[in-house]
Design a protein around this ligand. Structure first.
Ligand code: IMP
Length: 169
């Protein structure tokens, strides 16, 4: 498998992102919202490098078949708390068309958090179908099928410490 982002490069970038988030959210009531399943490694590394307190919660979404064209997404598992007292930061593995994050932004915005921002590890910027405001981007990546560091192909490869390009998935 061709390695696109080494484990070292990912760890270095995640530390930088944590430092930036720690600066921006100092003194604020930060809630990190991990989007399952893909964000679990990224979120775990991100929080371990933060120098400020934070709460963590998770949400799980499912795209319907053909979601890349219709944008139909539903919530499989919801947050366990209200978010109106929090500065919420969505943590996602990768953004492609933007349809998933666009749905999530609308859903969470309706719950009136104090603020709502997005943090993604990888951005397939050239694939965007709907604009999504992303505050923190780890890496801009090409339009190829990526696996590892949380990203899967049919449930496999999530555990890899690096991100690779899957040949002909
Ligand atoms: P979007 O709604 O098109 O932005 O899709 C985002 C979701 O698609 C991510 O949360 C991933 O689950 C999945 N995804 C997009 N690109 C890849 C990839 O290259 N590898 C693995 N999953 C991907």
């Amino acid at each position: 498998m061709e390695i696109l982002l080494t484990a070292e490069a990912i760890q270095k970038r995640v530390r930088e992102m944590s430092e930036e988030i720690s600066r921006d959210y100092r003194g604020k009531n930060l809630l990190l919202i991990g989007v399952l399943n893909g964000s679990f490694l990224f979120l775990a590394d991100l929080v371990r490098n933060l120098s400020i307190p934070c709460a963590v919660d998770f949400i799980s979404l499912q795209s319907y078949n053909g979601a890349s064209s219709t944008g139909a997404v539903r919530t499989l598992l919801d947050l366990r708390r209200e978010i109106s007292d929090y500065c919420a930061l969505i943590v996602e593995d990768i953004v492609d068309t933007g349809l998933t994050l666009s749905y999530l932004l609308n859903t969470l915005q309706a719950r009136r958090p104090k603020s709502l921002e997005i943090c993604v590890l990888a951005d397939k910027a050239e694939c965007r179908k709907v604009p999504v405001p992303i505050r923190y981007v780890g890496f801009t990546v090409p339009n190829r099928f990526l696996v590892g560091y949380g990203l899967d192909y049919e449930g496999q490869y999530r555990q890899l410490p690096y991100i690779g390009v899957l040949d002909a998935p």
